[in-house]
Design a protein around this ligand. Structure first.
Ligand SMILES: Nc1ncnc2c1ncn2[C@@H]1O[C@H](COP(=O)(O)OP(=O)(O)O)[C@@H](O)[C@H]1O
Ligand SMILES: [Mg+2]
Length: 340
């Protein structure tokens, strides 16, 4: 197998939990990301899904080097980028860009659209053609479907969908190879979400991009993802191709998330069993022993409290699927073929 463009191994981010104002004392840790492994192949889209608070944004920040991991490695084209600094880090950052969740708060209201989209050239002047930064910015607006004449307008003069296009244009400015999109459509109206997802798919083909596409909703990532990783409390609990995850989910958490996705067809809806998850996501400062999902799991047994399940190919798939095509971190993983 060819070297993936990104390979994440044992990634951990713990934030210190302190008490006291004057004399800060560490009393624990917020285990935001607690041992994450995945790969991203060139030109593909990896969807990462999970409920709010499960560590998705922290993974995104680690990937674009906005945060330093507590442990683990991130290999970009075979090189561990977590130990880089200075010029070498700057060069890598240029190639891995982020698109943020909320287009209402992530764009500076006092800057014109032209300045926002051209801002990355302040840090990387070598990326803009000499004397024609303005021209490049206009091209970028055009490429995301915005009128280049709007270059002197301010963010408040645009709709949510248009603002996210501005954020995407900025993410594209340095011609990155990888875009980490952290819930890029979650703040948008449902009617606009598909337009932005379609735009991202078109740009992916046009600029040969690899995507990590984060969402809390499984229905959004299905359309765009080649593979999906399902996250729970700082870990990936199931991963596989889009078809495997949606049609043959094996982890109880994935099955529960899928059972909550609305189904338009009433007949399919009737066939489907709705799984209600008990309680809330536990605090990442106090992760349950054994399987971290067991406190909410409808299948939990004694073994789940004592033994951490490894992310592995479930027994029933071992003969049919390719190497690591579908992995699940559950002692009692079983195919629950989706009727919908
Ligand atoms: N800078 C930080 N300091 C302390 N805790 C944090 C910090 N950033 C995130 N967290 C905590 O880490 C957990 C995961 O957060 P996050 O990565 O934003 O999850 P998601 O994006 O999936 O909603 C949450 O409990 C959050 O409160
Ligand atoms: Mg988030």
């Amino acid at each position: 197998m060819a070297e993936p463009i990104l390979r994440v191994s044992g990634l951990v981010k713990h934030y210190p939990l302190t008490r006291g104002i004057l004399f800060k004392k560490q009393v624990g840790a917020v285990k935001a990301v607690d041992g994450v492994d995945f790969r991203l192949d060139r030109g593909e889209t990896l969807g990462i899904v999970g409920e709010s608070g499960c560590g998705k944004s922290t993974v995104a920040k680690l990937l674009v080097s906005l945060e330093r991991p507590t442990a683990g490695t991130i290999h970009y084209k075979g090189e561990d980028i977590t130990s880089l600094s200075g010029k070498a880090l700057k060069a890598v950052r240029r190639n891995i860009q982020m698109v943020f969740q909320d287009p209402y708060t992530s764009l500076n209201p006092r800057m014109t659209v032209g300045d926002i989209v051209g801002e990355p050239f302040d840090i990387h002047p070598e990326a803009a053609p000499k004397g024609d930064r303005r021209g490049r910015v206009r091209d970028l607006l055009d490429v995301v479907g915005l009128n280049p004449e709007y270059v002197n307008r301010y963010p408040h003069q645009f709709s949510g969908g248009q603002r996210q296009r501005i954020g995407i244009a900025r993410g594209l400015a340095l011609r990155p190879e990888i875009i980490v999109a952290d819930e890029p459509v979650s703040a948008l109206d449902v009617s606009v979400q598909a337009q932005v997802v379609n735009l991202m798919e078109r740009l992916q083909a046009e600029f040969d991009l690899s995507y990590v596409f984060i969402a809390h909703d499984l229905s959004i990532v299905r359309h765009i993802s080649d593979r999906v990783g399902v996250m729970y409390l700082g870990r990936i609990v199931e991963t596989g191709t889009e078809t495997e995850i949606y049609d043959h989910p094996t982890h109880p958490y994935t099955q529960a998330l899928l059972s909550a996705v609305p189904v338009p067809d009433p007949q399919a809806r009737e066939h489907r069993e709705r799984i209600i998850l008990a309680g809330d996501v536990p605090s990442p400062t106090n992760i349950p022993s054994g399987c971290r999902f067991r406190t909410r799991c409808f299948k939990a047994r004694e073994r789940c409290a004592v033994q951490v399940p490894a992310l592995a190919v479930p027994a029933e798939f071992r003969s049919t699927s390719g190497p690591a095509a579908h992995e699940s971190a559950c002692h009692f993983a079983e195919d629950r073929t989706n009727q919908a």
